[in-house]
Structure formats: C-alpha cells, structure tokens
Design a protein around this ligand. Structure first.
Ligand code: GLU
Length: 370
C-alpha cells in the first residue's frame, strides 16, 4: 500500500531538540537510529530528504555539564559550538549505517535574507541533494547574534523548504498536530486534520505559549506554515517522540496537514514574502489595499504612513489602517524619500524629489501578498 508521503518527492524534516537530546543522558541514539532508518528507506524509494536538526545547544550543555537554567548568550553559543560537532557526527554515523551520505549546512538569518547569499545557499544545498547526500541543516548558533538570528528552527526549516521548493515540510513535534484548543487545558480540544488556509481563526488556535521543550511552540509552527504554504510547500505537524516517526506518518499516524497554496508564488516572490525581518512598514489606505488585492502596484498616493529606516530595495511590510499585514514588497524608495512622497500623486512627485520618479512605491513584480 502506498503511504501518505508517496505524493511528495522533496521533503524537509525538522527535528526538535527534545527528540534528540535527553538533558541527563545526552543523545538519544536509539531514536536517531530509527529516524535514520526511516530517512534511508524514503531516500531509497526516490524521495529527496533534507533534515533540519536542532539539538546543538542542548547537546553541548550536557557535554559541558553546564548548570540548569537559562544560559547567557555567549554560553549558549559556546554550547552550540561543542554540541554541533557531536550532532553532525551522530547524524553522519546514523545515516552511514544505511549507506547514506550527509553534508552539514549551517545557516544564519543573513544567508536567507540577503539575495546573493540566498542564491548561494540554494545552489549548495541543491548540489548536495543532486549528489544524493542528505543535507543536515541547523542555524549557525555560534556566530548568530540575538538581533539577527532565527532562534527557532521551525521558521528556519520553512525558509529552507521554500528556498528549495520542497513539496512537503514535516515538523516532528511533541504533539501530533494543531488542536482547536490546548489539549492540556481543555479535554474537548480536537485535532484539526486538514488546514486549507491559515486564517486568523487558525492563528488564534495556536495561541502564544511555547511547550516545555520547543523554543517556538505552536505559534512559530503556524508562522512556518505561512512561509511554506505560500511557496507551494505543504506542511505536516506530527508527533516525533515515537520511534520511527516518519514510517509512522507514512503509515497514516495522526497529524495536521496544511495544504500548499493552489497558486504558489514565484521563487522570487516567495523569497520576498518569506523574509522574517522587514526593514520598514508602509500603512496604506483602503483604496490602495483594494488595488493591491487586484494585483496592482502600490502608488505613493495610497501610502498614509512610513515607519522604519530602510534603503531602496529593502523589504517593507505593507499594512492596512487596522495594522493587518497585506503584503511584503521591495521599496523603490528609501525611507526618507518615501516619507516625502507619501500621499502625493505621481504628478507632484518629480517636483518634490527633484528627479524623475519611479512609477510606484512598490512595483507589483516585487510584491508578495500575505
Ligand atoms: N538551533 C538550535 C540548536 O540546535 C535550536 C533552535 C530550536 O530549538 O528551534 O540547538
């Protein structure tokens, strides 16, 4: 019988720290062996597997016997340095047992947000896949500083899945899917098997609280879902703590499926739309919001307010007057010029700026709707 994963060729699997590392005893080798067996079996069946593995910091702190409780930034960075070697080695050995090669890829936020580095990372990871080596990916925690880091691997994995145009992103979690309410607090909470679109109602179900282990909790998983589904990648959340979790999922174990958008945007627009840290914000009036929804460019006339410090070509978030995010796009003006021409009609702009204006504040080719 065909498994439920059979329709997805390129699959990114995200593994949380708690699945791989026990605070007291370190690496959970048996679990990893099962996971590696699953990965090898799927790879042998023609799937392309990419692993996003957390666990560097957790593993490093057990190896270094650091005390319980929160770590200072430089301590967690040092723990990551120690843990990442052990982690990558464990993956390499576990997969090597099945004759599968691995390659370690460490990414920082900059590697996905800056266009040139993004293209470079995409080419390298693509080559690894072509060479049938499973990329084992993590954030480069040792050098990433607090303002410019992902911090959670849910969104990193989604960004990687979108970048690699994966068919499916699997988040192995400490819970088997998205529930209508927190199952710990509400006995009537029900698993949602299928999410066609991530609506505000779905976002509300995710709440804000992180679970004990995962850094992000359900909220960052929903954020990950937005990035992935917008790019045409479906996402599944399922329980990871059982042995052979991918085989279980393939066999139909309970999960939530977030359907991929039926009209995935281009790779270019998915890069824009998936940016995590827009440099500024443009608040637009109702007329402009309507024009955007109809696929038009954003003109200066419809911009009510400009926030942030950004350069020409930087990503800005476009919001309506209630603060709802409508789109992300690349600004054709820097923040200072954008402020000068906001609300002005195209005919007035040349006199204001002293140069021939661009047709739009954000051109529709550089716009990704949310
Ligand atoms: N990159 C972190 C690590 O490997 C984990 C981030 C997360 O928990 O999502 O330790």
């Amino acid at each position: 019988m065909k498994g439920i994963l059979s329709g997805y060729r390129r699959i990114v699997v995200k593994i949380g720290s708690a699945l791989l590392v026990d605070r007291a005893s370190g690496l959970k080798r048996e679990w990893l062996a099962g996971m590696a067996a699953d990965t090898a079996r799927l790879a042998a069946g023609g799937h392309e597997l990419l692993v996003v593995s957390s666990g560097a910091i957790a593993l490093g702190r057990t190896v270094l016997a650091l005390p319980k409780g929160p770590l200072k930034l430089e301590e967690s960075q040092a723990a990551a340095a120690v843990g990442q070697i052990a982690l990558a080695r464990a993956w390499a050995e576990a997969l090597e047992a099945h004759g599968v090669r691995t390659g370690q890829v460490l990414l920082t936020l900059d590697d996905t947000e800056s266009r040139r580095r993004y293209l470079n990372a995409r080419a390298t990871i693509g080559t690894l896949v072509k060479l049938a080596a499973v990329p084992v990916i993590n954030e480069n925690d040792t050098v990433a500083t607090s303002e410019i880091r992902y911090g959670d691997n849910d969104r990193l994995a989604a960004r990687v899945a979108a970048m690699m145009r994966a068919d499916l992103l699997v988040l192995l979690s400490d819970i088997d899917g998205l529930y209508t309410a927190s199952p710990a607090a509400d006995p009537d909470a029900k698993l949602i098997a299928h999410v066609e679109r991530i609506t505000p109602a779905i976002e509300a179900m995710a709440g804000g609280a992180a679970s004990e282990y995962s850094r992000g909790g359900m909220k960052t998983k929903i954020e990950a879902g937005k990035i992935a589904t917008l790019a045409g990648t479906a996402m599944m959340i399922t329980l990871g703590s059982r042995s052979n979790p991918l085989a279980a999922l393939d066999g139909g174990a309970s999960h939530t499926l977030f359907a991929a958008s039926r009209q995935p945007v281009s790779a270019w627009k998915s890069w824009i739309g998936g940016q995590l840290e827009p440099a500024g914000r443009l608040t637009v009036d109702a007329g402009a919001a309507k024009a955007l929804a109809a696929g038009k460019s954003l003109l200066a006339a419809g911009v009510r307010q400009v926030d942030g410090a950004f350069e020409r070509g930087d990503t800005v978030s476009i919001v309506d007057e209630d603060g709802n995010e409508l789109a992300r796009g690349l600004s054709a003006y820097d923040a200072a010029d954008a402020r000068r021409i906001a609300g002005r009609r195209s005919a007035e702009i040349e006199a204001l700026l002293g140069y021939a204006p661009r047709a739009a504040m954000v051109h529709r080719d550089d716009l990704a709707m949310r």
